[in-house]
Every structure is written in C-alpha cells, then in structure tokens.
Design a protein around this ligand. Structure first.
Ligand code: URA
Length: 217
C-alpha cells in the first residue's frame, strides 16, 4: 500500500484536523462538515496528480491549443453516513465521476461485551470494472468496514486502481487494510493515531464523525 500521510508535512490540513478534534469547535456541525469537505478537496487535488492524462484539442474564441485532461473513469464510493462530507469534497473537484453509496453499521452480537460485526445493508454502485475506485471512509478505525465494502463491491467488477481517503486512521486499522487491499492501493490519510478503545473508537480521534456531522442517533 502506498501511504500518503498528510500529518508528516506542513499543510492547511493540520489546522482543519485541529478544529475537527477540538471539543469546543467540533460542536459547530456546519464547520465540522466543511472542514472534512475541505480535506476531501485538498486530497482530490493530490490524487489528480497520480491519474493518467490524455491530450485533447481545445478551441478558444481566438484559436486552438492542445491541453491535457485526466482520462480515468472514476467511481467515488462513500460509506454512509459519515462519508458524505468527504464525498462532497471529492465531488467538488472531480465533478463528473460516477457515484456509489454503501451503508455499513456495527452490530453487537452480545450485550455484555464490546465485540461487533460490520454489516453492509445497502449498496448502490455502477460497474467498477477497469475503473479508478475512490473509497471514502473518514474514520479508519479497525479496517473491518473497508474489508466488508471491498467484499461487497466484488459483484460490481475489478477496479484498475483503488484510492482510499480517510481523515483519521488508527495504526491497527491501517495495518489491517494494508493486508487485504492490493499492494498498489493508495491510502490518503490526514492524521494517524496510535490506538483504539474497546468499542473500536480511535484514541484520541475526534469522537463519532457521523453524529458530529449529522446529529446523534
Ligand atoms: N467511527 C467514528 O466515527 N469514530 C471513531 O473513532 C471510529 C469509528
């Protein structure tokens, strides 16, 4: 896996991460969503540098010129509901991609412990065969959700290339997805934290991204 960890360099992303984590700022849900969206926009610009480009001729009112435009067919797949602000950020830049949505939730088989399974319950996707797949999951905690999503998408074809976009990832989750995704998968991640708590929440993370963006369930 090719890991692009934005916390290793100085960029505006670190300010957006600060605001997403800070308990006194993250309560402003509009700012919370917009900060995630902004991270999606910056990551999209970086992804655009890895795509294939073709030469096309453009006609202006005053003449013609050969220019380069990306020729990848892209499917943007988001995990509901926390993935939506990041999805919007990517869509702001890659404005004509195809879209896929998948819902995954945690089910606790035993009431007396924190063990959970990830259940995929809804999937709407075009074919991903031979296309560039951008998978959006803002909190890469255990990696189990991404594993289930990868499995569910198998019925829709084999992508040429996969990019995973995450805002905060936990080291154990990153190690897990490294094992199950193809070696040439890119992981674009804004911050990496060391651990998870017993419920699978990232420590210190930022809390529940879905609740902060859209309200408590
Ligand atoms: N999902 C979240 O919203 N937060 C976490 O810390 C882990 C999963």
């Amino acid at each position: 896996m090719i890991i692009n960890d934005f916390s290793k360099e100085n960029s505006l992303i670190s300010k957006y991460i600060f605001e997403l984590r800070d308990v006194s700022i993250q309560k402003d849900s509009m700012r919370f969503r917009r900060n995630i969206e902004r991270i999606g926009e910056i990551m999209s610009y970086e992804i655009s540098k890895t795509l294939n480009y073709e030469t096309v001729k453009v006609t202006t009112p005053l003449g013609e010129k050969e220019v380069y435009v990306p020729d990848n067919k892209i499917v943007l797949c988001s995990i509901l509901r926390a993935g939506l602000p990041l999805h919007n950020g990517v869509l702001n830049y890659f404005d004509s991609v195809e879209n896929a949505f998948i819902s995954a939730y945690r089910e606790h088989p035993n009431d007396d412990d924190d063990d959970f399974e990830v259940i995929v319950s809804y999937l709407a996707s075009p074919s991903i065969e031979g296309k560039t797949l951008i998978l959006v999951d803002p909190m890469l905690a255990t990696g189990k959700t991404l594993e289930n999503v990868l499995e569910a998408l198998k019925n829709h074809g084999k992508p040429k290339q996969i990019h995973i976009l995450s805002v905060i990832g936990a080291k154990p989750g990153i190690e897990y997805v490294e094992k199950i995704f193809p070696a040439d998968t890119h992981l674009w991640i804004a911050a990496v934290d060391d651990s998870l708590d017993s419920r699978g929440y990232i420590i210190p993370g930022l809390g529940d991204a879905g609740d902060l963006a859209y309200g408590e369930k």
